[in-house]
Design a protein around this ligand. Structure first.
Ligand code: HPA
Ligand code: MG
Length: 263
């Protein structure tokens, strides 16, 4: 279209075509084509980070009475935020997205303890089911690490990795880091730069939750289950001073709970 419309304007006074104009018009023609190509890619393969369930700031959650809550926690929680069933359904889909994106080679799944253990176990169960029921399957090995902040309250960005194999076993591997929650993102940024020193072939991060917080350093994982408001959430292995890991649903802790389990 660009090429045809008004090309007559570029004929010189002897009605001959100006050769340099061919180059100009060809480049104009390719600009829109290239743009369409990019848009098309954008539609077919949205970045996995853009795909998640967002829990709004005004989300009221569900009354505790509607679910089965351990008796020892009934006064310590405000609301059920993400019921266990929804966590499982979202995790099943994350397993599929991860396999689609990383499923060409052997994966080392690296669980960040302790908070990541439930999500890790359920995610791997879904990945194993895909491996069992598909023509294409990939071997997976697992490893577990714990991270300790040097300065133990506010994350300073300095972390110490404890447990797990020597990180040099990750050299040349496709690594999937499995995390429970990204809050400020400082810890994950530091872990990623630490892992980079061991030259893995690929590193992807899946986090069940990402917190919407003004303290964020802007880090976004490759795969996200849910984005949650800036509130302290517990359950499904996420803890408050080691309590609430024995709760199935993800809930908001109450003031009573905070006081009761204060360190
Ligand atoms: N809950 C549990 N652990 C956490 C949270 C949270 O909201 N944020 C950072 N670590
Ligand atoms: Mg964690």
């Amino acid at each position: 279209m660009y090429f045809c419309s008004g090309y007559y304007r570029f004929l010189n006074k002897d009605n001959h075509w100006c050769p340099w104009m061919t180059t100009v018009l060809r480049s104009l023609y390719f600009v829109p084509c290239f743009k369409i190509l990019l848009n098309h890619r954008g539609c077919d393969h949205p970045s996995p980070t853009t795909v998640h369930i967002s829990i709004g700031d005004d989300e009221k959650g569900y009354d505790l009475d509607l679910f089965c809550i351990p008796k020892h926690y009934v006064d310590d929680l405000e609301k059920v935020y993400i019921p266990h069933g929804l966590i499982m359904d979202r995790t099943e889909r994350l397993a599929r997205d991860i396999m689609k994106s990383m499923g060409e080679h052997h994966i080392v799944a690296l669980c960040v303890l302790k908070g990541g253990y439930k999500f890790f176990a359920d995610l791997l169960d879904y990945i194993k089911a895909l491996n069992r029921n598909s023509d294409k399957s990939i071997p997976m090995t697992v490893d577990f690490i714990r991270l300790k902040s040097y300065c133990n309250d506010e994350s300073t960005g300095e972390i110490k990795v404890i447990g797990g194999d020597d990180l040099s076993t990750l050299t040349g591997k496709n690594v999937l880091i499995v995390e429970d929650i990204i809050d400020t993102g400082k810890t994950m940024k530091t872990l990623l730069s630490l892992l980079k020193q061991y030259n893995p072939k690929m590193v992807k991060v899946v986090s069940l939750l990402v917190k919407r917080t003004p303290r964020s350093v802007g880090y976004r994982p490759d795969f996200v289950g849910f984005e949650v408001p800036d509130k302290f959430v517990v359950g499904y292995a996420l803890d408050y001073n080691e309590y609430f890991r024995d709760l199935n649903h993800i809930c908001v802790i109450s003031e009573t709970g905070k006081q009761k389990y204060k360190a």
